[in-house]
Each structure stands twice: as C-alpha cells, then as structure tokens.
Design a protein around this ligand. Structure first.
Ligand SMILES: N[C@@H](CCC(=O)N[C@@H](CS)C(=O)NCC(=O)O)C(=O)O
Length: 228
C-alpha cells in the first residue's frame, strides 16, 4: 500500500491495480478528489488474480473498481462513474456545461499516444538504445497534443488550482513521462521549452489528491530495470 492509502470501511470501494500504473492512478486521484476511502488491491506484474479475471473478463487489465462488489473497468469510465456517484463540491467533469464536458472528453482521446511510450512493448522499455531516441521523437508530438489539451484546461480562472477530468486523464502519465525523459536523455516537458505545460505538471503533481500517489521517478526507473 502506498503511503496515504486508506483502507476502506468494510471494503466498500476497492481498486484492483498497481501503484505504478498511470491508468490506476487516474482512479485513485478521482477517488481522493471526492474524499472516498478505498482499498488498493495490488496485482502482481505478469500475473492476473482470479478476482481480476472474474472482474474484467473482457480486457483482463487493471484498473478495476469494485463498488460494493460490482466491477467497473476502463480507467476513464471509472473516473466518470466516480464523478457521478459521489457528489460535489469536487466536480471532475463540468456539471452544468455539456459543451465543456465534451471538450474534455475529446482531448482525453489522445491519451493513447502516451501508451506508445510507456507500454511494455515500446522500444524504450525493451531497452533498444538506438531506437529509443526515435521512439521519443515520434512521441514528441505527444507533447504538442498535450499542450493542446492543457490549453483547454488552462482556460480556468486565474488562481483556480482545482483539477478536473482532463488533468487526471493526462496528468496521471507524468510519472512515466519523467521516467522516459531520464531513460532516453530527452526533455519532453522542460520549463524552458514548454513553460506553461511544465507549470501545469508541477501544479498537478503537487495537488493534495495527487501528491501521495504520483510515483517517484527513481522508483519507476528501478521498477523498469527489473522488467527488462
Ligand atoms: N484502456 C485501459 C488501459 C489499462 C491498461 O493498459 N492497464 C495495464 C497496466 S498499466 C494492464 O493491465 N496491463 C496488463 C495486460 O495488458 O495484460 C484503461 O484505461 O483502463
């Protein structure tokens, strides 16, 4: 259990996941924003528990949210479920503005480009140094996509440090993006190159709902080294 994780009362809310997964992180951040207590059931890398196979028989992937025993899969589906089940004041998607909510959902559809960087089949994770630079360059246009998405979330009022759906969808990848920067020796989110984006990333990582679950880069690097 990561520091800060709270055991749920009678395990009403459980998350099948792993501390290192950006998709699981989305769920943990959403629950924390809402102040919902949950229990994280750590899945072991390379193995799938009976509970996971029974709860997500279609994709067999984490995260799965178990709410009073009922399973829900797909991180962003879970984030929207959490937003609907647990009431404001913390709202994840704009409640009274369907257009703004649609824009958030539009931008989240680009998250898949980050999967290419962090998936276990990527050149980076398979430690193919000559191809790593190419992989990162190919994925550098991700930061352009990222900027587009973040521009949308930055249209909130000055001084409003709240985080919402798109922050969660994109920001949960920041730990791995920083790990990739270190592995490949490139700067994707550097303050000199993309100052607004870097400021957003720092703000997201420092948010009380995020700070205890955002994995430390050194620990992610150790974790990656064990995989390859
Ligand atoms: N689209 C899924 C992606 C989930 C995903 O890729 N989870 C990874 C862990 S980061 C997983 O369970 N991998 C195991 C596998 O692919 O068998 C979501 O958003 O929940």
């Amino acid at each position: 259990m990561q520091s800060g994780e709270k055991p749920a009362a009678a395990a009403e809310v459980r998350v099948l996941g792993s501390w290192a997964s950006p998709f699981v992180m989305r769920v943990m951040v959403a629950l924390r924003l809402k102040g919902v207590e949950y229990e994280l059931l750590q899945e072991t890398m390379g193995k799938k528990s009976e509970l996971l196979l029974a709860s997500n028989p279609v994709h067999k992937k984490i995260p799965v949210l178990l709410h009073r025993g009922k399973p829900i899969s797909e991180s962003l589906v879970i984030v929207q479920y959490v937003d609907e089940v647990w009431p404001p004041p913390a709202s994840i998607l704009p409640r009274d503005d369907p257009y703004a909510a649609a824009i958030h959902r539009f931008w989240d559809s680009f998250h898949s480009c980050f999967d290419a960087v962090s998936s276990k089949d990527s050149d980076i994770e398979r430690n193919r140094p000559r191809r790593q630079g190419r992989s990162v360059r190919r994925n550098d246009n991700c930061s352009a996509v990222f900027r587009g998405g973040i521009r949308r979330v930055q249209q909130r009022e000055v001084g409003d440090d709240s985080i919402g759906y798109l922050d969660i969808a994109l920001g949960s990848h920041l730990g791995w993006i920083r790990a990739v920067e270190r592995i490949a020796g490139v700067e994707l989110l550097g303050g000199a190159k993309v100052p607004n984006l870097a400021a957003w990333a720092d703000r997201f990582c420092g948010h009380p709902a995020v700070v205890d679950v955002m994995p430390d880069v050194d620990i992610l690097l150790e974790f990656t080294a064990k995989l390859i």
